[in-house]
Design a protein around this ligand. Structure first.
Ligand code: NAP
Length: 238
């Protein structure tokens, strides 16, 4: 893909955190960006803040809803003429033991982190085929490779996402659609605990954004299909 000028990108869950950093980086690299999240007002606010850096547009979309995801793609095609890049970033966690987890909490995690990625990727493939190619970047997690207690739903969703991503990569590579799963360790966002104290040793959203740009900037003959991204010096245990 390399030259991102005038490419069209949708970043799900880009009203804050990692998604916001990715959307901003894509914008600064010349792409037209759709900012998305569940709340209309947040999407409009972030798109307005971004307007100094390029062409951004806010569209509310809950990725758990197939109708809303399809509408997101339809609105993007109407506004910008097509879609070249999809970043499946929207995600959340419910961190409690399996014994105590409700059906709703389980479904919330799986429907957002996994089924939402399916809905958006399917719509993205159809849109990208019309453009002759594109890129789908899935924001997984190191929790999709290494499980830990009180995170069964989250780990299941991210292990599942890694499998989905690897299979999809093989399905669409000859459509010139590049698929990569980026798996960060701890990133300094509100994830899991809004308003929590910032910790300097953690990754920043911008570090994940840099990995996204690296994949998009690779020569078309090469594809980083999985990236593990860790804080280089986390606190030592024991
Ligand atoms: N922070 C970490 O340590 C870390 C590490 C590895 C991977 N990740 C992954 O990185 C991604 C972003 O996490 P983050 O740390 O940036 O979290 P965050 O600060 O809580 O941001 C999450 C974003 O997703 C949106 N979102 C949540 N549910 C949604 C839904 N059903 N439909 C559409 N948008 C939804 C949120 O917006 P609304 O609430 O307004 O909808 C928000 O914009 C997630 O997939 C997460 O699993 C995070």
């Amino acid at each position: 893909m390399q030259d991102l000028k005038n490419k069209v990108a949708i970043v799900t869950g880009s009203t804050k955190g990692i998604g916001q950093a990715i959307a901003h980086s894509l914008l600064k690299a010349g792409a037209k960006v759709v900012v998305s999240g569940r709340r209309e007002a947040d999407c409009a606010r972030v798109a307005k803040e971004f307007s100094a850096s390029g062409e951004a547009f806010g569209i509310a979309c809950d990725v758990r809803s197939r109708e809303e995801v399809d509408a997101l793609f339809a609105a993007t095609e109407k506004k910008f003429g097509g879609v070249d890049i999809l970043v499946n970033n929207a995600g959340l966690g419910e961190f409690k033991s399996v014994a105590d987890m409700t059906d709703e909490e389980w479904s919330n995690v799986i429907d957002t982190n996994l089924t939402g990625v399916f809905y958006a990727s399917r719509a993205g493939i159809h849109a990208m085929r019309k453009r002759g190619g594109g890129a789908i970047l899935n924001i997984g997690s190191l929790a999709g490779k290494q499980a830990f207690p009180k995170a069964a739903a989250y780990c299941a969703s991210k292990y599942g996402l890694l499998g989905f991503s690897d299979a999809l990569m093989q399905e669409v590579r000859y459509d010139h659609i590049r698929v990569c799963c980026i798996m960060p360790g701890s990133v300094d966002t509100d994830f899991g605990a809004p308003g929590k104290e910032r910790q300097a040793w953690k990754l920043q959203g911008e570090d994940v954004a840099e990995a996204v740009l690296m994949v998009l900037n690779q020569d078309p003959r090469a594809l980083a299909s999985r990236i593990e991204l860790r804080p280089s010096e986390p606190p030592q245990k024991g």
